[in-house]
Design a protein around this ligand. Structure first.
Ligand SMILES: [Zn+2]
Length: 508
């Protein structure tokens, strides 16, 4: 992928480290054969069509696909009449499977790679891992993702390859470079910030000093085609620095300015917040959604009421719980039920996901990160950062049940996202999300809706995507089981279609 400035230098360093004179050429996965034009009409018959809105199975068991969009649902009789007509180019037998809308992961980072224990030679393979992340997300049934922060060259490069059918991957709704104030979270120091550009393929953060800088940033990402403006509202570290260290945060006035500019351009605002102070600032600032859960206290009923009132959704990224369930010996909350649950999720899903998702040349680094989380270490340090604060890490699970209770009481919108790209979380891998939602009392019907239509409502794209409705884009999955009985079957689709085209067919 094209790189500029320091990123280009990083690539060169990676190639040198791997003793290679050119960039690594990734052997991409095959895209399923598709012989129809984007204007062709065709039919899926003998399939149980899932109505995510009403939580039921439609009475008709066939559907017309009108090029890139859904057509009408059809009765058996109509299928027989239409099948013989010349304008119907194909009839696919759904074999009694279930047809669900394409899912989405609305908080992940396709271009970020776990840099744990990475040597310069690792950089040689980062672009390949980025492509593999896209392939994996689509294979898991996510036809849309929000890329919540990444360098323009990387995210846009992946998007172009996918949109031109040269790479398997979801539709990307990008945020590109994110905003954090000088002295704020991730403003580490001059050298480290530059180093990040080398690792991540370009600038992933802007540190605006004043209102003019904020405007310049927003104008820039809007010109690039960003779907959301990503900001950080965080006042303390979970690792690194000192425990009592306080990060700079944007002022309420600055958050309001960001909100106003985003409105002017009809863009969403997404805020990262892991602590209640930043979360409350985000709620007051009427951002569209908050990423992650809080580590220091639960969202109170008042917070949740205000979220519902201000239309602020939350994307809890529960997969992050397994990342934060680091064994700190006696420190933190090792006896807490929620800590134990996320440990269980770590063991059940993370390693198999790693095996399927990571490039062999990088897997040692991913697995050693897994081992690092898994191992019992009192007085932990995050390599390259410093001290880990166990109460904060384990707080993710500890404060979760009460937050969900309050979200439910107030009807606060909850979305589905993985934070894939951060260490041991993977874009499109929704298993931990679903298991956690079941644990926190959501029904299978609610979960199916959240991962499809609910997410698209948060992204303000529900008029185009998220359900199997006439004239919406024909993003759909064939799955084996009734998702209302077995919601996990959503995560291993048999076939994956995006805009009426089959991209992944596990039946051939
Ligand atoms: Zn994230």
């Amino acid at each position: 992928m094209k790189k500029h400035g320091l990123a280009k230098f990083g690539q060169l360093l990676g190639n040198l480290g791997a003793v290679k004179f050119s960039d690594y050429k990734y052997n991409r996965q095959n895209i399923a054969q598709w012989d129809l034009s984007p204007k062709s009409k065709w039919i899926v018959k003998n399939i149980n069509i899932v109505d995510v809105e009403k939580g039921k199975i439609h009475e008709e068991n066939a559907i017309l696909i009108n090029g890139v969009r859904f057509g009408k649902r059809l009765q058996q009789q109509e299928v027989e009449t239409l099948s013989g007509k010349p304008e119907i180019k194909k009839v696919i037998d759904g074999k009694g499977h279930y047809l669900v809308p394409g899912m989405s992961d609305i908080h992940c980072h396709l271009s970020l790679i776990s840099e744990y224990g990475i040597k310069p030679s690792g950089l040689h393979y980062f672009d390949a891992q980025r492509m593999k992340n896209c392939e994996y997300a689509l294979s898991k049934g996510c036809t849309t993702i929000r890329d919540s922060n990444g360098a323009y060259d990387m995210v846009h490069g992946l998007k172009e390859e996918i949109d031109n059918n040269r790479l398997l991957g979801p539709r990307i709704l990008p945020s590109y470079t994110a905003l954090t104030p000088p002295g704020g979270m991730w403003d580490i120091n001059g050298a480290a910030n530059k180093m990040a550009e080398m690792i991540f393929g370009g600038k992933i953060l802007d540190y605006p000093k004043n209102m003019e800088d904020i405007k310049r940033h927003i104008d820039e990402v809007v010109a690039w085609g960003a779907h959301s403006i990503k900001i950080f509202l965080e006042d303390k570290p979970i690792y690194g620095g000192k425990e009592d260290f306080v990060y700079n945060m944007f002022t309420d006035e600055q958050v309001k300015y960001i909100r106003d500019l985003a409105d002017e351009h009809e863009k969403l605002v997404e805020s990262h917040a892991l602590f209640i102070k930043g979360a409350r600032k985000a709620i007051r600032g009427k951002v569209n959604s908050i990423a992650h859960l809080t580590l220091d206290e639960s969202y109170s009923i008042k917070d949740a009421e205000m979220m519902a009132q201000n239309n602020v959704a939350i994307v809890p990224t529960l997969s992050l719980g397994s990342f934060l369930a680091m064994d700190c010996g006696t420190k933190g909350f090792p006896e807490h039920e929620e800590y134990k649950f996320f440990r269980e999720m770590l063991q059940k899903y993370v390693k198999p996901n790693m095996e399927r998702t990571t490039l062999p040349q990088l897997s040692t680094s991913y697995f050693s990160f897994y081992d690092y989380i898994q191992d019992k270490i009192e007085g932990r340090k995050m390599p390259g950062f410093g001290h880990v604060y166990p109460e904060r890490c384990h707080g993710f699970g500890v404060y979760a049940p009460k937050s969900f209770e309050n979200f439910k009481k107030t009807g606060t919108k909850v979305g589905v996202g993985t934070d894939g790209g951060t260490g041991i979380c993977f874009a499109g891998a929704l298993e931990i999300e679903f298991e956690s939602y079941l644990r926190y009392g959501y029904s299978t019907k609610e979960i199916v809706r959240m991962a499809t239509l609910g997410n698209m409502e948060i992204m303000k794209m529900d008029d185009q995507l998220g359900s199997i409705s006439e004239n919406k884009w024909a993003d759909m999955l064939f799955i084996k089981d009734n998702p209302f009985e077995n919601v996990m079957s959503m995560t291993s689709p048999v076939k994956v279609f995006k805009e009426g085209r089959c991209y992944i067919d596990n039946e051939v």
